[in-house]
Every structure is written in structure tokens, then in C-alpha cells.
Design a protein around this ligand. Structure first.
Ligand code: AMP
Ligand code: MG
Length: 402
């Protein structure tokens, strides 16, 4: 049973595999909206144009700590005026302004009707119940008019915006309790391997730290997914099957790592082949062994276990579609000049780890798919087509920004 359905056909192209994955994940693209409280909306993508229900400022108020006056009275200075009231910020209904008087007023406090300007406290001298105005002011100075920032009905945040702190600020300022946002695709991560342990424990000989769990979860979150679980299974078929059903019970997409290549304990391939999964080689490096399945109605993508293979698989097959599903803008590929010559294996699309330079792009370390530190230094993947075997310095190459 275990090895009965091992796929041995010719390698498929990256484009063919991408097309199959895109078909499987197409249902994720029809995201409904939900309303979340504004304080919880950071990072979410708004699902409709958000307009203001109110004017901002809500009422005419002072921009400075100072004295509210009428313009005619302070046209020529110095002039000494009686201080007839004090208005702090807070709920008040100030009496109408009496020309020729001054009202002590704090920043943000409502201006009396008829007061036309605020003289900042720095430009005054107070003596008892009087204030001497030292600088002339004209109507409107240091006054914030109602609606001068936002008119009721004005567009605050356009549909499709990923909310930053400044957006949370304006939505809160107009008093909106909630904001409509795209729901995030619910994705489960399931890593496999008898050798894996968590950070914090001491690996026994033969054990390694599980990096694909955290890495896939981070990649998913960075691209708009709601990571519903990050689980791990041994290479035991029953353990994997149980973990898989746990994952499909919560997620709309499951991504597994490991257990899909040509070894003897390929639990992912063995179990999913028996459930209608399709496994085979994709003509790429890293990331060649790939599989897809549908379990409990939920699409499952199976990535190879080498950490670089796993993340490159994510970049190619999941990131573009996930970003669309989450309502995030695409990250376009770019074309830049190679800093140095390189060779590439015929028949395989290579995704080399590269780093931008002032003149173009160069590779970072070698192609080994276990080289996680080199990947961490990289900021692009250099995409070498399958039929290209040699490039010289200055040749233009396609890069995927990371
Ligand atoms: P596999 O695809 O299961 O044959 O794994 C290929 C290589 O990747 C092996 O060296 C594994 O130890 C390593 N590997 C598999 N899963 C992980 C993981 N979650 N974190 C780090 N390395 C892994
Ligand atoms: Mg393994």
C-alpha cells in the first residue's frame, strides 16, 4: 500500500502545476466581507469605500491655548481686554462672544459664537483679570472650523486599502465603531518529520528544529491569511491522517511540508496517494517534488521539506493567489541585470536566491535547498527559465521580490 501509487511520469512544468493549484484554490477568491471593531482592524483590507458619518472637526474649536477674541478688537496692538470666561476642552456650551472682551480658551475647546480668532498665550501678558494682546490677529487665525478636515460623506479609506495605524486613527476620529473588511483565507500548516522538535528543546542526535512551521505561518500571515493552526506530525501514517483531519476541520487550505520525495518514509505522499492525491516532479529547483490533494473537501498542497524548497514553493504557487484572495496588491516581478555569469541545469526552472546590488542582482551562496541563512540574506528570487543553461554578466533576468 505504502508505495503503490508513487508517481513516476515526466516532470510537469511550473506553469502546469501553477494552473492546477490555481484551479484548486479558486474558491478562495470569492471572499465575503465581515465587520470588525476599528481598534482590531489594523492590517485588514477594507471591503468597501468607507465614508465619514460626521464633519471633522465636529465643532469649531481652538487650535491653541490662548484667548478667543473678535478680529476688530485685536487689529491694532497692544490692547488690554477683560478676561470674561475660561473654557477648557470638554463638554461646554460657551456663551456668545462679547466684542471687546477676551475668553481664556484651551486647545480643542469649543469657540464662543462670534469669537473670530485665538491669540496664543505666548503673544499675551496676563495681569489679574485682564490680558494684553501683543500681536495683531485676523479672523480665522488659530481657529479650526467645523468640517475643515472632513465633510460628512467624504471618502476616508478606499475599498481595498490595507489598514495602517493612520487609517485606524481617522476611522476612530469619526466615531465609527466597526469597519467592513475582507475575511482572511483560513489556512492550516502541517509539518511532518520524525526528526522535528520545537525551539527550546535540546535536539537529540538526528533531530532538528522545525523551521517550516514558523516559516510557512509567517509567509501566510504576511500575505493576508488567517493561520488557524500550525501542527506537526511524525512520519506515522495514522498520526499524519489524524493531524490532517484536524487541519481540514478548520481550514479552507492546508499546506504540508515534508514527506513527498523519493525516500522510504514519505508519509504525506503515501497517505494522500491513497486518498486521490496527485504527486510528481515539477521541473524546478528547488521545490521539485510537489503534490495536491483534496481532503474533506479542502485543498491540500504538499511542499517538500527542505526549508528553502518549502518557502520557494510558497512564493511561486501560493503567494500570488493568496494575495488576490486577501485583497492585497500583487507584488510584480521585475527585470534586472545580473552582476555575474551563472550556469543553470537544463530542463529545470531555477529559482536562485539573489540580492539586489547598486548595479543589478547577484546570487547569494549556492543553490542548496537547506541553506536557510543564505535565503535570509536574499531579497529576491532570480527566476532562470528551464531552457536557459548559461547567462553572462549584464544579462537581464526576472526576479521575484521577497
Ligand atoms: P523531506 O521532504 O521530509 O524528505 O525532508 C527533506 C529535508 O528537509 C530533510 O533534511 C528534513 O529534515 C528537512 N525538513 C523537513 N521538514 C522540515 C521542517 N519542518 N523544518 C526544517 N527542516 C525540515
Ligand atoms: Mg521527512
Amino acid at each position: 500500500m505504502a508505495h503503490a501509487q508513487r508517481h513516476t511520469g515526466p516532470a510537469r512544468s511550473v506553469e502546469e502545476h501553477t494552473a492546477e493549484v490555481s484551479g484548486l484554490l479558486a474558491p478562495l477568491l470569492a471572499r465575503p466581507a465581515e465587520t470588525v471593531p476599528v481598534p482590531d482592524a489594523l492590517g485588514r483590507v477594507v471591503a468597501a469605500d468607507v465614508v465619514s458619518p460626521v464633519d471633522l472637526p465636529l465643532f469649531r474649536n481652538s487650535q491653541m491655548d490662548g484667548f478667543a477674541v473678535d478680529a476688530a478688537t485685536v487689529a491694532a496692538v497692544p490692547v488690554t481686554l477683560p478676561i470674561v470666561a475660561t473654557i477648557p476642552a470638554g463638554p461646554t456650551r460657551p456663551a456668545p462672544h462679547v466684542p471687546g472682551t477676551a475668553v481664556r480658551i484651551m486647545t480643542g475647546a469649543a469657540l464662543p459664537d462670534g469669537a473670530e480668532a485665538v491669540v496664543p498665550v505666548e503673544d499675551t501678558e496676563v495681569s489679574g483679570d485682564t490680558v494684553t494682546i501683543l500681536r495683531p490677529r485676523t479672523a480665522g487665525e488659530f481657529v479650526r472650523d467645523r468640517g475643515s478636515d472632513v465633510a460628512s460623506g467624504m471618502l476616508l479609506v478606499p475599498n481595498g486599502t490595507r489598514l495602517e495605524p493612520r487609517h485606524v486613527s481617522v476611522l476612530a476620529a469619526v466615531g465609527l465603531p466597526g469597519v467592513p473588511v475582507r475575511t482572511r483565507p483560513r489556512v492550516a500548516v502541517l509539518t511532518t518529520g520524525a526528526e522535528l522538535v520545537d525551539a527550546g528543546s535540546t535536539p537529540a542526535p538526528g533531530q532538528i528544529f522545525d523551521s517550516n512551521g514558523p516559516a510557512l505561518a509567517a509567509s501566510l500571515r504576511a500575505n493576508g491569511a488567517d493561520v488557524v493552526s500550525v501542527d506537526r506530525s511524525s512520519d506515522d501514517p495514522d498520526a499524519f491522517r489524524n493531524a490532517l483531519h484536524r487541519a481540514t476541520s478548520r481550514a479552507e487550505l492546508v499546506i504540508t511540508s515534508g514527506g513527498v520525495s523519493m525516500g522510504d518514509f514519505e508519509v504525506v505522499k503515501d497517505v494522500l496517494s491513497g486518498m486521490g492525491g496527485r504527486f510528481g516532479k515539477v521541473a524546478m529547483q528547488p521545490g521539485g517534488p510537489q503534490g495536491v490533494a483534496v481532503v474533506d473537501g479542502v485543498p491540500v498542497l504538499t511542499f517538500p521539506g527542505n526549508p528553502v524548497s518549502t518557502l520557494v514553493s510558497f512564493e511561486l504557487f501560493v503567494r500570488p493567489l493568496l494575495r488576490r484572495a486577501a485583497g492585497l496588491p500583487a507584488i510584480p516581478t521585475e527585470t534586472v541585470a545580473l552582476d555575474h555569469a551563472l550556469t543553470s541545469i537544463p530542463g529545470k526552472r531555477q529559482l536562485l536566491r539573489g540580492r539586489r546590488t547598486t548595479t543589478g542582482v547577484g546570487t547569494v551562496a549556492g543553490p542548496g535547498s537547506h541553506l536557510v541563512a543564505a535565503f535570509a540574506w536574499a531579497d529576491v528570487l532570480i527566476d532562470i527559465p528551464a531552457d536557459t543553461t548559461a547567462l553572462t554578466a549584464g544579462d537581464r533576468v526576472k526576479v521575484w521580490p521577497l
